[in-house]
Design a protein around this ligand. Sequence first.
Ligand code: GLC
Length: 449
Amino acid sequence: MLMHSFKYQNLSIMNKDLINDAKIVLNNNFQEKGYSIPCKGLYPFQWKWDSGFIAIGFAHYDLDKAKQEIETLLNAQWGNGFIPHIVFHVESDTYFPGKDFHLSKLHPLSNKDYPSTGMTQPPVTGFAMEMIYDIAENKKDVKAFIENNIDKVYLNHKYFYENRDPQNEGLVYIYHNWESGTDNSPIWDDIWATMNPPEYEFTRRDTNLVDPSQRPSKREYDHYLHIIEIAKQHNYSDEKIAELSPFLVQDPLFNSMLIKSNESLIALYKIIGNNEDKIEQLQQWQTKSISSFNSKLYDKELGAYVHYDLRNEKPLRFVSSSSFSPLFAGIPTKEQAKTLVDTMMNKFGADDMYLCASFDPESERFNPKKYWRGPVWINLNWMLYFGLLDYGYLEIAERVKSDSIELIEKAGFYEYFDARKSVYETEKGGYGGGNFSWSAALLIDLINN
Ligand code: GLC
């Protein structure tokens, strides 16, 4: 008993230190213009889904910053409801491709005050808002903030359903790997194999800042740039992109974020009242989306959700951490959830591995050090933690949580982490950018839960 409480006392002191360190990371990455950079050098602007995670972290100790983070992102929304993946608030020579490459001004409805990319990222803003509401003590203050901003998020969802779902299935597509958030996942290799882009001449910046072996190759970048060139030739028209983009994918992670955020918007509209029409619309989207999700993206044989390649009309049958993200959005039935958890534990859950690698460790394409080709990412772990809790897998949820905390303790607030425990005996094990905002923000949230 004594030992037990001693252990917990130590743990909480340790967690307190970690939380303080996390706050330092977040405070240092917060910019005067009211948003946070993901990290210095490598990512010097505002990223859409990062902002949602960061705001959740701030909500635990600085509500003003949490609100500003979201408001600044929403200020950059376009006339058609679209919210871009990067907002270029400042000039910077440490990032490529920047605003002069993306040229968002080509789109007739783009926001001319905020140069941005012409692509988006997973729609996390809706559930981030609900979590800010849940975390904050001053509900009145947050309620006013929500009243002022929620319609923008609703319009963003409307944009998706009206422009990104050509077959009217309730599943929206992404047209670029950078829209997925899982930028260089091995899943995209199958799509790269269908393309033969020109060899572009350009100067990368990321490879000056991070070990190039942990980043995508030059040839992979040719593919990334080529898709953007096609979109630009058509002024980022959604119809033309749907017709011509060689990359057109229904992504389970992206659609899970949309479904989770739909649910949050419903809850928040109920709290603020007088929005029956929007609630009804959201519920209709929800019913359709969840049903298509389970019939189209669930792969019974693999026991996991997979991506669907809409351009080439075929499923991309790989298991990645995205395959389990529907748990976070309440999409699987209890039975499917059990299968998902079994798949996760069988493939990703060995005793000598931290949960949860970003890509199937049993696959030939698994690379434990390279970006989204294998390393653990804290945002996916954070989703898994809550998803597992919701479905009653308390022990595994606890493991995901304690693995996440241990990784950060051992390596620091890195962007991504080696899943192999043995690595930490001799190496740092944390890769990509350091002092990375969402690793800090979500650690604060995890420890507080
Ligand atoms: C990387 C990640 C992406 C993230 C961005 C900024 O590109 O793949 O998901 O939003 O960094 O942190």
